[in-house]
Design a binder for this molecule. Sequence first.
Ligand SMILES: [Zn+2]
Length: 124
Amino acid sequence: MKYFTPEEFKMDNQVVYSKMQPEFLALLDQCRQDAGIPFKITSSWRSPAKNRLVGGSPGSLHLKGRAVDLICTLGESRAKIMLAALNLGLSVGVMRDGLHLDNRENQIVFHYYDRYRVARSENE
Ligand SMILES: [Zn+2]
C-alpha cells in the first residue's frame, strides 16, 4: 500500500493486516489519495468475539476485513473522505467522531443513531 503500513491495521495489539481483503485495501489506499488528508484507522478486521464486544452488527464487514473505522471530527475532513469514498463505490457510516468505510455490494450511506429526525412537515 502507498499510504498505510501493516501496523496501522490492528485489533487491540495484534496486527491484523493479513486478514484484510486485498480489494478493499486497494480501494482504501485510493480513497486516501483522492481525499488528500491523513486517515487514522481505529478499527479494521475484527474477530467475532471482538465484534460482539464492541457492539458490531452480526453481519459486519469488519469480520471479513472489508471495513475500517477512521477518526474524523471536522466537517471539512468528513466531506473530503466521504466524497472520495462514495466516488470509489465505498459505503460510508457516519459516527459522531468518525467514519466507517466498507466495500459492500450495494452502496449506502448510514448512521449509528436514531435520535434526530427531519420533521414530518419538512419531509413531505
Ligand atoms: Zn465500522
